[in-house]
Write a protein that binds this ligand. Structure first.
Ligand code: HEC
Length: 132
């Protein structure tokens, strides 16, 4: 009986230690902060993408990430799209007009396929969240 109790205690200690170790490992592997903590942007049609834009674009294109939209935002507001003119308000043009504009301007800006995709997804995510 006594021997059994000792074994039970050892077993319990080992299990708890294992759980504790597991928790520490999990805590360490968390690197990126949750998207919800990103500062909410001023919605002016040239604003940084946030969680709402990611959710909106993911309903059409499931794989699109905030990183990709942010890359598109950078190209659009401070990259290749600002070489010839200032940043246009995305709200000013319809989604259909944007499809044509993006074809035309991506060529003018000599964007790579992945840059073009990032700018397009960014623009469409802003359009998707445009207030009526
Ligand atoms: C090589 C110069 C150049 C670059 C780079 C450039 N644009 Fe333009 N953009 C123009 C010119 C010129 C016009 C006006 C004439 C036209 O519509 O072609 C224009 C017009 C626009 C318009 C207004 C369209 C309209 O119908 O009124 C938008 C929006 C636009 N560009 C977006 C972009 C975006 C997005 C990028 C980056 C992918 C970009 N531009 C890069 C030269 C450029």
């Amino acid at each position: 009986m006594k021997k059994f109790n000792v074994q039970l205690i050892i077993f319990t200690v080992v299990v708890f230690a294992a759980c504790g170790a597991n928790k520490t490992r999990q805590a360490k592997s968390v690197e990126t902060p949750p998207v919800a903590t990103v500062k909410p942007a001023i919605k002016n049609g040239t604003h940084a993408p946030g969680i709402e834009e990611v959710n909106a674009i993911q309903s059409k294109f499931p794989g699109v990430t905030l990183e990709k939209l942010t890359a598109g935002y950078k190209i659009y507001t401070e990259g290749a799209c600002t070489k010839c003119h200032n940043t246009n308000n995305i709200y000013k043009y319809s989604a259909a007009a944007w499809t044509n504009i993006l074809e035309d301007m991506s060529e003018k800006a000599k964007l790579t396929d992945s840059e073009k995709d990032a700018v397009s997804k960014y623009v469409m995510s802003i359009k998707a969240m445009q207030p009526m």
